[in-house]
Structures are given as structure tokens and as C-alpha cells.
Design a protein around this ligand. Structure first.
Ligand code: BEZ
Ligand code: FE
Length: 313
């Protein structure tokens, strides 16, 4: 039996993949083994440090349950989720930039008429959101569905509020024949990602804060197009340049605009965000949609993510 050198060990581990039946699995494992062996060699990782790493991952597993997903949070705070998004976007080629889904999405938000508010009686400054959903050629997409959710002015999502049982600050809106949407809400605020578990420990050990800049999440779907999971970020937020999960992007950063004043009314109109979303054609679909007279089916549950914008800052 030959004694393995550092390089020989990597080669031996890779050779064990020779009979992997799934070629994609083999490709991924090959790269993972190469990078992990390289990481140990590059850092000169000691057995005690590796044990600390294993204990950390064990703690991440222990705190994870059906309500809390610490592994996704770890992936988010290390920028891995954002990297997966960027790579997917590179493959799709065009369309509005995507951003992280995050752990606070809830399926089944009520569908509301255009112009309605998702804020219920949430205290806060009223905000109007409006714009258009188009294809990559700028053609309006009628009947596109926008599923929106956000934290309130106190930085909390409805599921984090003990006194709330139903949904709040969530809603779904369908674009009209001109592809346009409009709804009301309240201005969001920056908030910390859950930092009372092992990921919080790791953030502090890196000298990092846990905050996300104020944002509003969107999933935009239309039949024949890739679902777009994204968010709009508020310009000027203190954390816009240091988002704890690397989701904020220049192309998704928007400022507040003074809304068009209603005729004859003297009171100040609420501030507005105007943003147009561009959807990429689904794989295997032509870049434009089938006839407009066909009403799309309800979209399926979102998968992970998908530049045309108007008023990004
Ligand atoms: C969010 O924006 O809801 C979020 C995203 C990633 C981690 C935690 C929260
Ligand atoms: Fe969020």
C-alpha cells in the first residue's frame, strides 16, 4: 500500500468518484473535494480548528427545525445564496436582477385589486408602489402576478409579531391589460437577520453586523416566463452598502418619489416607488409570449429565482 501525499490524497478521493452514476453529481463532488482539500492546505487547518468547524455545523443543524432554517441563513450570510442567484442570472441573460427569497415568504397571501393596500392598520408612512411588468422587448405582460411581502416600520414581519395571527404586509396583485400594477403599503425599515443562534456567533466573530437595508420583496410570475424572485431596496438606507446577506444591488435600489397629487386635493400625496419589472422567457420558450387572449394559469409555487428598470437610483 502506498503512503498518500497531500496531492495524492486529493487524487485518491477524486478517483473514488469514478463510478458515480450521475454526471452532474460527479462534477459537483469533484469540485467540492478539490476546493475543500485546497482550503485545508491553504489555511494549514489544525485538527482543533476542524473540530470547531464540525461543532459549529452541528449547532447549525440542532437549531434548525420547520420554523427556523439556520443552514439557509449561513448560506445567505456567507454570500453563497447571492452567488447562486448571480450564476443563474448569468445563464438567463436578461431580465430584472433577482434577490434573495429569505425565510419570511408565506404562500397564499390574499389577491387584491390594483390600488389596494397591504398594510391594514399598520402604523407608518403610506407608500405607493407602481410600475409595469414587461418581457425582454419591453412589451407589457397582462395578468402577471406580483406576490409582495415586507417588514413593517418596526422592522418585523407578521410572523415575528406575537399579537398577529393572520397575514399582514403581504398581498398579490395582477397586472392590467397594459401590464401595469399599483398598490399601497407603508415604508419599510432595516432589520437584523436572526442573530441569536450559531450564525449570529459567526457574524460577531467576523466583526459583522446582522442588518439588512429596508426592502420590499416581490415574486413576479407570468406563464411562459421564468419566475422572478427579487426585492426593491431603499436608497439612502444606512445598510445599503453592507447588507448582511449580500442581496442589495444597485439595479434594485429605488428612491421615494412624490406621488402625483390627486386633482383638487390640498393634502400631501404619499411618496411613491416606481419600478418596472422585466421577465425572461422560460427555458424552451420563444422570447415573447403566446396570444394575450389566453389567460395564464395560476403560477406554481415559486422556485429560486431571475434589467430593465425605470427609477432605480
Ligand atoms: C429577508 O430579506 O427576509 C432575509 C433574507 C435572508 C436572510 C434573512 C432574511
Ligand atoms: Fe426581507
Amino acid at each position: 500500500m502506498k503512503t498518500l501525499t497531500e496531492n495524492g490524497l486529493t487524487a485518491a478521493a477524486l478517483a473514488r468518484l469514478a463510478k458515480a452514476p450521475n454526471p452532474r453529481m460527479k462534477e459537483i463532488m469533484t469540485s467540492l473535494i478539490r476546493h475543500m482539500h485546497g482550503f485545508v492546505r491553504e489555511t494549514g487547518l489544525t485538527p482543533a480548528e476542524w473540530k470547531t468547524g464540525i461543532e459549529f455545523l452541528t449547532a447549525v443543524g440542532h437549531i434548525t427545525d420547520d420554523k427556523r432554517q439556520e443552514f439557509i441563513l449561513l448560506s445567505d450570510t456567507l454570500g453563497v445564496s447571492a452567488m447562486v442567484d448571480l450564476v443563474r442570472h448569468r445563464r438567463l441573460g436578461h431580465g430584472t436582477d433577482s434577490s434573495l427569497l429569505g425565510p419570511f415568504y408565506r404562500n397564499g397571501a390574499p389577491e387584491q385589486p390594483l390600488g389596494a393596500s397591504i398594510a391594514g392598520d399598520t402604523p407608518g408612512e403610506t407608500l405607493v408602489l407602481r410600475g409595469q411588468v414587461t418581457d425582454a422587448h419591453g412589451r407589457p405582460l397582462a395578468d402577471a402576478l406580483l406576490d409582495v411581502w415586507q417588514a413593517g416600520p418596526n422592522g418585523k414581519y407578521d410572523i415575528q409579531e406575537e399579537h398577529l395571527t393572520g397575514m399582514n404586509l403581504r398581498g398579490r396583485f395582477r397586472t392590467g391589460a397594459d401590464g401595469r400594477y399599483e398598490f399601497r403599503s407603508v415604508k419599510p425599515k432595516s432589520y437584523p437577520v436572526p442573530d441569536d443562534g450559531p450564525v449570529g456567533v459567526l457574524l460577531r466573530a467576523q466583526g459583522r453586523h446582522p442588518y439588512r437595508p429596508a426592502h420590499i420583496h416581490f415574486i413576479v410570475t407570468a406563464e411562459g416566463y421564468e419566475p422572478l424572485i427579487t426585492a426593491l431596496y431603499i436608497a439612502g438606507d444606512s445598510y445599503i452598502e453592507s447588507d448582511a446577506v449580500f442581496g442589495a444591488k444597485q439595479s434594485l435600489t429605488v428612491g421615494y418619489h412624490k406621488s402625483r397629487a390627486a386633482n383638487g386635493k390640498s393634502e400631501r400625496a404619499p411618496d411613491a416607488i416606481e419600478f418596472d419589472f422585466t421577465l425572461s422567457a422560460a427555458a424552451g420558450q420563444p422570447s415573447s409570449r403566446r396570444p394575450r387572449s389566453v389567460r395564464p394559469a395560476r403560477p406554481a409555487a415559486p422556485s429560486r429565482q431571475s434589467p430593465r428598470r425605470r427609477h432605480a437610483v
